[in-house]
Design a protein around this ligand. Structure first.
Ligand code: SF4
Length: 483
């Protein structure tokens, strides 16, 4: 019988651009000394206001987390302090996400609570751009700051503190997101935005309406940002963008060229490649497989969202790839790198999804055996073409399908994790909580060790230790330290 365990605390799933992750910036550590935001009013000289503490909270994907870190960095180098939880403060900022209805409801309820405090409020992120009229109607006093308008962060905050509302939604070229001061939530994780926007027109997607067409950042700027962060002690570098698969197409380069250049940076760190859509993987896969085979720096980890196992539904989603393409990509990587961790996303209950379409999704999951599946029930986002489609499914049907996906995924991910039993190797600690430390191995597998199991005291963030995996669940592995 294989060894299994149920971890006693409710750990979150491996984060692959988790759309539901909520974050509170509680650190006030500033990573760099300079900023190019152009407004560095001294905190003591602002109309006699001496206290300018700001509370920032963010929802959504890793790009949103990175944006909130850049907002915090810009403000902390311009005389603001970042408030800790429950600390008295003068300004609230919420960085919003537009992917799901459920997240929007949670955020709107939170915005209502923040508004009721009477403190100035800035609504940043995707909703500010995609739901402008609704936010203005519901929260008429709040300032709005778009996801591609971060150069206006400090002026917007200074105005809000003075009681002046601003609407900053104009897109810049996005380069303000690189090589700017940041307040990192996890001191060993560097989230580097390599671009913003994408080249797709998925019919269900409101993010596209907020982020627009792709703008890739120059390789030299990205390398400089990685050098800075790794010099600061970061051991994990996440290369993040709306779709890494089309990174560089607007500059005449691609993600492989970027990764090859990253290989030459000195330092002790690993790189996690962010989400790449399947249609770009065909031309990239040969070179990417070689790179993963050679590299000791790039995690053997890919996030390739397929969304549906039905060709008909994929066409209706305007995804630009087929089921066959996705299967071919997964097979190629598993053939050459059997230990690779592959994550994917599935939407259930898309308009017109028949029982047969859904069964095709189950079939695809069974055959391709992803290590991680983010399953979402379809929600019609305003302004998207899919929101006009007929054939909406009853909530109960979508819920039932979601539960069936969950059941299948639990079985498959347990099987995948079981294969790691007995594995010995090194991990780098990237999370420490009350009862466990968590580290990542070369395949970005989350591996937990109970704090009580360490003979010589538990390791710190960033430490590298040797472990042996002894137990598994559908979500994680548990190990003991090797002496
Ligand atoms: S790739 Fe599709 S789902 Fe992703 S942001 Fe672009 S349009 Fe939206």
């Amino acid at each position: 019988m294989p060894n299994t365990l149920e971890l006693s605390n409710d750990r979150s799933e491996i984060s692959i651009d988790s759309k539901e992750k909520e974050l509170h910036l509680a650190s006030s550590e500033s990573q760099m000394d300079s900023n190019d935001y152009g407004d560095s009013t001294d905190s003591k000289s602002l109309n006699g206001i001496s206290s300018r503490k700001v509370w920032i909270e963010a929802y959504g994907c890793s790009a949103n987390v990175a944006d909130s870190q850049a907002i915090a960095g810009a403000l902390s180098t311009s005389g603001f302090e970042i408030a800790e939880e429950d600390e008295e403060h003068d300004l609230n900022i919420i960085v919003t996400c537009s992917v799901k209805d459920t997240t929007e409801h949670r955020m709107l309820s939170r915005i209502k609570t923040l508004s009721s405090t009477g403190k100035p409020l800035i609504i940043a992120g995707c909703l500010a751009k995609t739901e402008t009229a609704k936010l203005e109607r519901l929260f008429s006093g709040a300032s709005l700051l778009g996801p591609r308008s971060l150069t206006k962060t400090v002026s917007c905050a200074n105005a809000a503190i003075r009681g002046i509302k601003s609407i900053e939604l104009e897109d810049t070229d996005g380069r303000e997101k690189l090589n700017v001061p940041r307040v990192r939530i996890n001191p060993i994780v560097s989230i580097i935005q390599i671009g913003v926007g994408c080249m797709s027109e998925c019919s269900f997607c409101q993010t596209k309406l907020a982020k627009g067409q792709i703008t890739s950042y120059r390789i030299g700027d990205i390398l400089r940002a990685i050098e800075n962060d790794t010099r600061d002690g970061c051991r994990e570098v996440w290369l993040s963008s709306t779709d890494n698969g089309c990174y560089g197409f607007d500059l005449g380069t691609d993600i492989i060229e970027l990764l090859r250049k990253c290989e030459s940076i000195a330092g002790d760190f690993r790189i996690r490649i962010g989400m790449m859509n399947p249609m770009y993987m065909g031309p990239l896969k040969g070179r990417l497989i070689s790179l993963l085979e050679e590299s000791r720096r790039i995690y053997r980890f890919l996030h390739i969202p397929v969304q549906s196992g039905s060709e008909r539904i994929l066409r209706s989603m305007k995804r630009g790839h087929t089921v066959k393409m996705y299967k071919g990509v997964v097979e190629s990587f598993r053939d050459k790198c059997p230990d690779i961790t592959i994550g994917t996303d599935i939407i259930v209950g898309f308009p017109g999804e028949s029982e047969r379409d859904f069964e095709n999704s189950l079939q695809l999951i069974s055959e391709s055996k992803p290590d991680i599946v983010n399953c979402s029930r379809y929600s019609a986002r305003p302004g998207t073409s899919a929101s006009l489609l007929e054939g909406r499914l009853a909530t109960e049907v979508a819920k039932d399908r979601s539960a069936r996906v969950h059941e299948l995924v639990t079985k498959i991910t347990r099987e995948r994790n079981m294969q790691w039993i007995g594995w010995k190797g090194s991990i780098v600690i990237d999370e420490v909580n009350q009862n466990f430390v968590q580290g990542r191995n070369y395949a970005y597998k989350p591996i937990f060790i109970r704090k009580g199991d360490f003979i010589n005291g538990s390791p710190q963030l960033g430490d590298q230790i040797m472990v042996q995996v002894q137990y598994y669940t559908s979500r994680a592995l548990e190990a003991v330290e090797l002496g």
